[in-house]
Design a protein around this ligand. Structure first.
Ligand code: ATP
Ligand code: MG
Length: 894
């Protein structure tokens, strides 16, 4: 493409020969931006650059000298730092407190074992996190953020625009900006066409701000706070395009000065609500336990502070120390498997859990339900008759809006129109392009201003866009070559005609035109009044071949699908119907009006399609669904999808999406394909199933032990379990639970959204905890019976050994019988959990008999005990299976 620039070429004189140092450190260009008093030419000179950009060699040299364009954000922490960080985990903190309490009462044994627990769990956790962090960083690198830079291979070579990773940009580079791009560094505009920029991250302003190149220096007056010719890193292009000079990179940008790192967003996610919610409930329990144990012992047995170590041990017994390890491992494993098998990149680990919990998925239409390969089917005039000239005007609009853009982004509708017009021999060069107002999703219009060669006094405005938005700007309608006033009846008829075409599944663009006296000044949306309506171009976009099956799968998995589109309601409804999705009542965003909160949630809950949505409508619908308790995913790929991507529990976009969408999304798909989402949701449910399984099993048996321990503590004249023993037992349990990180839950876990609700969960662990306690108490009876005839009746060491064995055996059984999503038939195959359970059982039986027994105050129980224990365990196993199958409320939770 020939390079057309307005700035003189003198700027290309090498400035280093004049002793000017480019870039970083140069006072006017650090962070705060650049005084508007300099002309573009002066700035280019100062930075030793030119309107044609740097050469590759210059850029390379600057990169080496001044460093990469990265904000010195929080670097990934090192392993030791993670270790220290994991000490701040609430469970660890509680354990440490308990350790301090034990040390304070000189219970050194307990204190030491608690320390061992803390160190082991922190080491495992930080190791796991470190590894997960590395693999996540590697995954994120598969979705790099790029910028379009204009560089030359040699001084005299023509400039070429190419995509490079953003971190390779240097001061003096010339970059191209297009709708949906992130502003890659602090830049000064050289040229701009209809450019508006979102700078909410910097200024909090929520509406896009218009930006343009500076024609003349701003003079001596005060500099405006947001100079219109500067764009800053951290903002994004909402519409239009531009060419700009990089004036500050990396740590020198205004963004780095303000924040020192990328801003992180988002309130409470589904992950926080479920996993964290349960963790905090437990922590409250743990903190309450020691005082309760002390009080009960004091009140009922008249014991004093000497029971404190025991009370502490009971609280420690409740802790699921391995929770963070299991969570990280399960999610990281799921995320890398998903990347390997389906090319789906999860950018934030907890997002995988949230994916599994999604129960409503909002989608855009184009490219998701359809192929995004539109072809022009026909063009019609205001009467609905074939009208080739309407297509020709649309082509003039498409050609010049693309041609005059600084960064032409191929739009499939424009391409289709140009193809069709080209086939019919239309010639857009019959006009000269004067100006363009590029397509802007909030106005749903694109405008080209053209001039017929030789007619210098008249400009023709050619507008194409959504039917309603074009009609709003029309004052007349062309009928049979003459203009007639556009009255309400006409308008209704035209809308009806459009609806008819849309009902056939066609996408529609309205075309209008106006003649104006030629002028020099820029054009804006305000000039689009009193247009003459010409007609429609109807395009057909074939349905995506995999969509029908994928929608069915999603429905089967309990995920409701909603289409939030900017398109015509008729077109969207027809696409749904053709894909077997009942559109029900089709809403338009306009009809939702100012509904908010619960009313909006209720209205949207009933609908499957909401058409004519703006970016803000999409976001507010997603927020309302979330506020109504739904866990909401959003898939979209355009600039107009960004607010909704950010508002959703899980924002999903395809790899081909605009840069801002890729940056804002939690999950990036290889392609815009619903089947990939289905696979990602399944992976999320598996990981959540693993976590839930771990929590249910660990906590129900921990709770059972605590109840039994309290009961025994009150019934027996001695401590039912020595603190050291509690902790050894805990260590064994924890080690065995690690197997869950490598477990794959059964298919039942994949059937519906995996949400761990605190209340259902507590019901589950209470029921199974009580069952476990009952087995323990039965064991006490059996132990007493088996040893009452022997010489060792009432020996605490025998009691300790007997109970230890039973505890480990019941834990092994629970691991096998309460696994997530498995029914009897599915539980058979051997896996890590089976091996761990077997190991646990062996340790449970042999440890008290081994030389380690006596130091832990355990000695072998009589043989009769083992026989009776077998009977107790059989009954316990039967009871477990019965409760699980016969209480759907409980088994459904599993
Ligand atoms: N290049 C264009 N020129 C003019 N008008 C356009 C252009 N592209 C889209 N439109 C109009 O704007 C409307 C909204 O389109 P847009 O692509 O912004 O919606 P969307 O929300 O992204 O839709 P989808 O759900 O299909 O992705 C379209 O129905 C069409 O009428
Ligand atoms: Mg779109």
């Amino acid at each position: 493409m020939p390079e057309t620039t307005a700035a003189p070429t003198a700027a290309r004189t090498p400035a280093h020969s004049r002793g000017v140092r480019p870039g970083r450190g140069l006072p006017p260009f650090t962070g705060a931006g650049e005084p508007a008093a300099l002309t573009t030419l002066q700035v280019l000179r100062l930075l030793d650059s030119g309107p044609r950009g740097l050469t590759e060699e210059q850029a390379e040299e600057r990169l080496l000298r001044y460093g990469e364009n990265v904000v010195p954000a929080r670097r990934p922490p090192s392993w030791p730092r993670r270790f220290v960080g994991s000490l701040r985990d609430p469970f660890t903190a509680v354990l440490l407190c308990l350790g301090v309490v034990s040390a304070a009462v000189a219970s050194w044994g307990t204190a030491c074992v608690i320390m061992v627990l803390v160190v082991v769990s922190c080491a495992l956790r930080s190791g796991g996190e470190h590894q997960a962090g590395r693999s996540m960083a590697a995954l994120r690198e598969l979705v790099p953020t790029t910028a379009s830079v204009q560089r030359r291979t040699a001084d005299d070579a023509p400039p070429r625009v190419r995509e490079i990773p953003v971190d390779q940009l240097v001061v003096g580079d010339v970059v191209r900006l297009g709708a949906g791009d992130l502003v890659p560094a602090d830049v000064r505009l050289l040229r701009a066409s209809g450019l508006t920029v979102h700078q909410a991250a910097l200024t909090g302003e929520s509406v896009p701000v218009p930006k343009n190149a500076l024609d003349a220096p701003a003079g001596g007056g005060a500099e405006p706070p947001e100079p219109p010719h500067l764009c800053f890193q951290g903002s994004s292009v909402a519409s239009g395009s531009g060419t700009a000079l990089v004036i500050a990179t990396g740590p020198d940008t205004r963004f780095a000065a303000a924040y020192g790192g990328p801003a992180r967003r988002r309130g409470e996610t589904a992950f926080d609500r479920s996993v964290h919610g349960i963790a905090w409930t437990l922590i409250r329990f743990m903190l309450l336990t020691p005082p309760l144990v002390l009080m009960a012992n004091a009140a009922l047995r008249g014991r004093g502070l000497e029971t404190l170590p025991f009370a502490v041990a009971v609280a420690v017994g409740l802790t699921p120390e391995m929770l963070p390890v299991i969570v990280t491992a399960a999610l990281a494993r799921g995320a890398s498997a998903l990347a390997r098998t389906s090319g789906v990149i999860v950018k934030r680990l907890p997002a995988l859990h949230d994916l599994g919990a999604v129960d409503v998925l909002c989608l855009d239409k184009t490219g998701t339900l359809t192929q995004d390969r539109p072809v022009v089917e026909r063009s019609l005039d205001a009467r609905g008759d074939n009208a080739p000239d309407v297509l020709e005007w649309a082509a003039v609009n498409s050609f010049w809006t693309v041609e005059l853009a600084e960064l032409p982004v191929p739009d499939t509708l424009d391409e289709a129109i140009l193809d069709a017009a080209g086939e019919r021999g239309a010639d857009p060069f019959a006009y000269d392009g004067i100006a363009a107002l590029p397509f802007d999703p909030s106005h749903r219009l694109a405008t080209a201003v053209v001039r017929r060669p030789g007619r210098h006094t008249t400009h023709t405005l050619v507008v194409k866009g959504a039917v309603e938005d074009v009609l709003d700007r029309c004052g007349s309608v062309a009928v049979d070559g003459a203009d007639a006033a556009l009255d309400a009846a006409h308008r209704e008829r035209l809308l009806g005609l459009a609806a008819e075409e849309a009902a056939g599944g066609l996408r529609l663009l309205a075309v209008a035109r106006a003649e104006r006296p030629a002028r020099l000044g820029p054009y804006s949306d305000k000039d689009l009044r009193g247009l003459t309506f010409l007609g429609f171009v109807a395009l057909r976009d074939a349905l995506a071949p995999t969509a029908t099956d994928a929608l069915e799968d999603l429905a089967r998995r309990g995920v409701a699908v909603k289409i939030l589109t900017g398109d015509h309601p008729g077109t969207a409804a027809r696409a749904c119907r053709d894909l077997g999705l009942d559109p029900g009542e089709v809403l338009t965003a306009g009809r939702l009006g100012d509904l908010r909160g619960p009313q909006l949630a209720a209205a949207v809950a009933r609908a499957t399609v909401v058409a004519r949505c703006t970016a803000q409508d999409k976001a507010r619908i997603v927020s309302a669904l979330r506020a109504g308790g739904r866990i909401t995913g959003f898939l979209g790929d355009g600039v107009n999808d960004l607010p909704a991507l950010r508002a959703a529990d899980v924002g999903i976009c395809p790899r081909g999406a605009v840069t801002v969408a890729r940056e804002g999304a939690d999950v990036v798909l290889a392609e815009k394909d619903l089947t990939a989402i289905d696979r990602a949701i399944t992976a999320g449910r598996r990981s959540s199933g693993t976590i839930a399984g771990y929590l249910r099993i660990t906590l129900s048996s921990n709770l059972g032990n605590v109840i039994a321990m309290l009961a025994a503590g009150l019934l027996l004249p001695f401590l039912p379990m020595l603190p050291a023993q509690v902790l050894v037992q805990n260590l064994c349990f924890d080690a065995a639970q690690l197997a869950f990180a490598f477990d794959r839950p059964g298919p039942a876990a994949e059937r519906k959204p995996a949400v761990l609700r605190t209340r259902t969960f507590l019901r589950f662990i209470t029921a199974f905890g009580l069952l476990n306690a009952a087995a323990d108490i039965a064991t006490f009876g059996v132990l007493a019976f088996a040893s009452h005839t022997t010489a060792r009746a009432g020996d605490p060491a025998v009691f300790h050994a007997g109970w230890f064995t039973e505890n480990l055996l019941t834990q092994a059984m629970v691991m096998l019988l309460l696994r997530t999503g498995r029914h009897a038939a599915e539980r058979r195959a051997t896996g890590p959990v089976h091996l761990a359970a077997a190991a646990l059982a062996v340790i449970g039986i042999l440890l008290p008999l081994s030389p380690l027994g006596p130091p832990l105050d355990m000695s072998a129980p009589p043989a009769l005990y083992y026989a009776l224990l077998a009977a107790v365990l059989t009954l316990y196993g039967l009871a477990l299976s019965t409760v699980r199958t016969h209480h759907p409320a409980l088994s459904a939770a599993a």
